[in-house]
Design a protein around this ligand. Sequence first.
Ligand code: FES
Length: 98
Amino acid sequence: MRVAQDLHGRQHDTSSMSMHRTKKEQEIIEGLKPVCICKGIKARVFQERIKAGLTTVEELKKATGAGSGSCKGERCTRRIREILSKYGHSEVPKGQAR
Ligand code: FES
């Protein structure tokens, strides 16, 4: 028997529970991950903006302030591009041919 403890200290038998997360659960977990460390912006903020219709790295940077931190986007631009890709919006980085 597999047992897990919840936030209230109660124990639950998880033997029969599926270990697969739903797509929604996976998105929530992904959303908690930091993307722009300089500005403290988590992935959820980008997910919401993409769902609202933004489709490019520049649009997301402008809408969120990402990329304007001390590293000037060195650390977060690639991560923003990855999130866009997960939602079907691919962008080739400047200076790279298709
Ligand atoms: S991590 Fe985004 S500007 Fe530095």
